[in-house]
Design a protein around this ligand. Structure first.
Ligand code: UD1
Length: 430
């Protein structure tokens, strides 16, 4: 089984290029099947979640041409099936965007119920509420979401919670509904805006993405387009935290600094220097990090997907910090793993109380989900000695060439799959 091996203690320094945003790419790929003309999507991250969704899109019959690692041409004209069900798609969250896309276009969709990271119960009641309001009949049978409608008609929908997934999914379906749809209390994440922009580039009429209210005038059909995915704010934030934790100096390139503001603000608070440029941010670590308090919130609040990485920094800060997780109730499972590296963290309900320590010590730990896995990697980069991380398939879901990018910054990290490879690494790094 593949593992990461890390020899910590080297401050990360240099430049890193951020890939396209996974969560935007997933919605954009689903949107692409809604046209019968070719849609070209560029700046796709080469990560397993994206590749699984591309395969699923090909499986329903769309013509898919990967023109290079980061670019794909998709034509929905050849789609023959509205059923998306395979063992891989069951494991990912964003498979449910195919419900919105196929229901919008064909008025029918059957998609495996979403899996994804086990970070708490992840209901889809708001997706269902939205689809039903547009006139669809929704059934959950044999692990599948089955959606069908004679026609979709625009409606006024007020979401009970702010949800990225339901906002995007219902927006996809409403794009091809008859008449006007108003979505209230929607998510404002950059990828919601990116997917709305992408749909508009295909001829949709969506206004207000990025605010609390999205207004959609249904159109009859969508046309081809060329679209480039926005940079991944969570990958960028992970490298920003990696610089902070290793007391390094990293220029994080190909980012939209505005999308990183919540992370940047916390880095200032803990004593780091952050310089903002047009499409880059430079983070310079501070030898003595300070404690602070963090609450996860929907955008523009502090992202839940950056919470484990932030916990790693706070575990090394002077004093007592708290993290309040407001989105997912089961997102502190990594704490036991971090404890093996010396962290002192006590979890009570949705609050983690963190007593800062001087240093981590390397240990054998397990990536329990995508972002928690990335957090362990950056903790390992700052730890004394060797850290081994297993279950790295989680990390590969959302980080493109993570180990290569860290190596370029001077990090001693490799993927190994045997004891021999571990010994070789240890001989190499000393
Ligand atoms: C997306 C991201 C994930 C991120 C999360 C929050 C993707 C593929 N995943 O997940 O990385 O952590 O946003 O930024 O883009 N909820 C309901 N009913 C619903 C839907 C959601 O109660 O029908 C609740 C959830 O339990 C959670 C909150 O709403 O407490 C936010 O979830 P949501 O924004 O939908 O997260 P995802 O779209 O699953």
């Amino acid at each position: 089984m593949e593992k990461y091996i890390i020899k910590g203690g080297t401050p990360l320094a240099g430049e890193v290029e951020i890939s396209g945003a996974k969560n935007a790419a997933l919605g954009i790929l689903a949107a692409a099947v809604m046209a019968d003309e070719t849609v070209t999507i560029d700046n796709l991250p080469d990560v397993s979640d994206v590749n699984v969704l591309i395969d699923a899109i090909a499986e329903v019959g769309a013509t898919v041409k990967r023109t290079n690692r980061h670019c794909v041409d998709i034509s929905g004209k050849t789609i023959t099936s509205t059923v998306a069900d395979n063992e891989y798609i069951k494991k990912m969250r964003a498979s449910y965007y195919l419900v919105g896309a196929l229901l919008g276009k064909y008025k029918r969709a059957e998609v495996s119920l979403p899996g994804g990271c086990n970070i708490g119960s992840r209901p889809i009641d708001q997706h269902i509420k939205g689809f039903k309001a547009l006139g669809a009949d929704i059934k959950i049978e044999h692990g599948m979401i089955i959606a069908q409608a004679d026609e979709l008609v625009g409606n006024h929908i007020f979401f009970d919670v702010v949800t990225v997934g339901a906002t995007i999914n219902v927006m996809l379906a409403a794009t091809l509904a008859k008449g006007n749809t108003v979505l209230e209390n929607v998510a404002k994440e950059p990828h919601v805006v990116d997917i709305a922009n992408m749909l508009n580039s295909m001829g949709a009429n969506i206004k207000g993405a990025g605010t609390d209210v999205i207004r959609i005038k249904g159109v009859e059909k969508l046309h081809g387009s060329e679209y480039s995915v926005i940079p991944d704010q969570i990958e960028a934030g992970t490298f920003m935290l990696a610089a902070a934790i290793t007391k390094g100096d990293v220029l994080v390139k190909n980012v939209i600094p505005k999308h990183l503001e919540a992370t940047t603000a916390k880095l200032y608070e803990i004593g780091c220097t952050v310089e903002e440029y047009d499409d880059a941010v430079r983070v310079i670590g501070n030898p003595s990090l300070q404690a602070t308090n963090v609450r996860t919130l929907p955008y523009p609040g502090f992202p839940t997907d950056m919470q484990p990485q932030m916990a790693v920094a706070l575990a090394l800060a002077n004093g007592t910090s708290t993290i309040t997780e407001n989105l997912f109730e089961n997102r502190f499972k990594y704490v036991d793993e971090l404890t093996k590296m010396g962290a002192t963290i006590k979890v009570e309900g949705n609050i983690a109380v963190i007593e800062g320590i001087d240093r981590f010590t390397g240990a054998e730990v397990s990536a329990l989900d995508l972002r928690a896995g990335a957090a362990l990697v950056i903790a390992g980069m700052a730890a004394e000695g060797y850290t081994m991380i297993d279950n790295i398939h989680y990390i590969k879901r959302g980080y493109e060439m993570f180990e290569k990018k860290l190596q370029k910054l001077g990090g001693n990290v490799e993927i190994v799959d045997s004891d021999k490879a571990v010994q070789k690494f240890k001989l190499k790094v000393g």
